[in-house]
Design a protein around this ligand. Structure first.
Ligand code: IFM
Length: 470
């Protein structure tokens, strides 16, 4: 990879083949939940359960991307995106999660991929961004081993339909969230609160990834997974803080990284999870640790962790539990007074460089992509449009952090802003806006924010200005 030397003095240039993208996920944007044969997912059921999503919001309509994808692709094109990361709704493609395939559902993704390619935008589908078909949950969900096999079958169905036009595949997105928010804290669908189920879910999500990745790669595609990684720092040198940080880093980061990139679970994490049976069988970790072509890193913030009593839980949902997931007993999350986003997450871009350099230094080499990074702020529409200088500053700082990582030899090949559009932010409903494009949820009008125009100019220049947020 080479940078463009002619412009090197005026900007911090990125490699010429750097992928500049934006990301979304099916349940957060598509809507049309009962249209053209889509089946119900765990998020449909969960969101319709009173008291679990702020304001009783659901993804029933979301931002109606299912009907407006042409307009949205035109928007991406006007911004100059080189790639678009979206997820495929399993229950739209296979309403019951096994068996019959819904031709109309597959056709939607064929049309989306075609529109992207026509616009010169590379499609980057993710096969699982949390919308498990409800029928599979009824049969045991991710804690049941069979779900991993069904996932691999579904992956093959989607590849068969669009594999001739799609090169880069992400299997599962943020398996930590799907497993531990879904099955331990109950903050996310399906809302179960059972630690053993959550660790089995984590293992089966990884197993599903391994089987799907092998099948996709066998068919000539490039495949990988996207994990949400955090910089984790003990609040002090006190042994209980250091151990709390080890446990959080273990479950949040190393559990997934070691499995995916080394084919094993970390011993200390297995010891922390001692009372539980993960359901690991002979050969599973060889499958999970099989070759991948890329690792997606989703980064939002740093965790500063204490083992002392009384600190707050991590802010994962408006309904976050005090000790929400196994191994996090007696763990608290400390804030140190840095500026926060509308999620209450402290902004610390140095953590992104830290996470990227750590993966590059501690694990076998694999191309990395920042598959999600962004921030929610309380955007308002004015006569001037939607001005979001805080988001511009956030994105700028994190792209600087990426640039620094590349400078330290990290094989970082691309960056996807989260998110292209304001959307359904899970337990927060429509109360949190992550988009670089504002969406009026009443009219569905799209209004590019200042950050969208700024990002577009970064893409056009192939880099960021020498001074902040230029
Ligand atoms: O909106 C989510 C996304 O679905 C997964 N990663 C984090 C984002 C912001 O919370």
């Amino acid at each position: 990879m080479t940078t463009q030397p002619s412009q090197a003095e005026t900007r911090l240039g990125f490699p010429t083949d750097f992928v500049w993208g934006a990301a979304t996920a099916a349940y957060q944007i598509e809507g049309a939940v009962a249209v053209d044969g889509r089946g119900p997912s765990i998020w449909d059921t969960f969101a319709h359960t009173p008291g679990v999503v702020l304001g009783g919001d659901t993804g029933d309509v979301a931002v109606d991307h299912y009907h407006r994808f042409g307009e949205d692709v035109a928007l991406m094109s006007s911004l100059g995106l080189s790639a678009y990361r979206f997820s495929i709704s399993w229950p739209r493609v296979q309403p019951g999660g096994s068996g019959a395939v819904n031709a109309k559902g597959l056709d939607f993704y064929r049309r989306l991929v075609d529109a992207l390619l026509t616009a010169g935008i590379e499609p980057w589908p993710t096969l699982y961004h949390w919308d498990l078909p409800q029928e599979l949950e009824d049969k045991g969900g991710w804690p049941a081993r069979d779900t991993a096999y069904r996932f691999a079958e579904y992956a093959a169905i989607v590849h068969e339909a669009i594999g001739d036009r799609v090169a880069h595949w992400t299997t599962v997105n943020e398996p930590w969230c799907a497993a531990f928010l879904g099955y331990a804290s109950g903050d996310h669908a399906p809302g179960r609160r059972d630690p053993e189920s959550s660790v089995r879910a984590a293992h089966h999500l990884l197993l599903g990834h391994g089987m799907a990745a092998a099948a996709l790669r066998g068919a000539g595609a490039q495949a990988g997974a996207a994990v949400n990684l955090y910089a984790v720092t003990p609040a002090s040198e006190a042994p209980e803080d250091v151990d709390a940080a080890r446990r959080i880093d273990g479950l949040q980061n190393r559990f997934f990284l070691d499995a995916l990139l080394r084919g094993r679970y970390p011993e200390d994490v297995l010891a922390d999870l001692e009372p539980y049976d993960l359901g690991v069988r002979d050969g599973d970790l060889e499958i999970i640790g099989g070759p991948i072509d890329m690792l997606g890193v989703n980064y939002y913030n740093r965790f500063i962790v204490t083992g002392k009593e009384g600190a707050a839980p991590a802010i994962t949902s408006p309904f976050a539990q005090a000790s929400p997931w196994p191994g996090s007993e007696h763990v608290g999350f400390v804030q140190v007074g840095r500026p926060v986003t509308a999620m209450g997450w402290e902004i610390d871009e140095s953590g992104l460089t830290e996470v990227l350099t750590r993966v590059a230094a501690d694990y076998p080499p694999v191309p990395l992509y920042v598959t999600e990074n962004g921030a929610a702020f309380d955007d308002v529409v004015s006569a001037e449009g939607v001005e979001d200088p805080d988001r511009v500053a956030y994105l700028d700082a994190h792209l600087r952090a990426c640039h620094a990582a590349i400078g330290q030899g990290v094989p970082l090949r691309g960056y996807f802003a989260w998110s292209l559009l304001d959307n359904f932010e899970w337990g927060w409903g429509y109360a949190k806006r992550f988009g670089i494009v504002y969406v009026d949820f009443e009219t569905q009008a799209r209004i590019p924010k200042t950050s969208a125009r700024w990002y577009s100019s970064v893409i056009g220049r192939g880099g960021i200005g020498l001074s902040s947020a230029e």
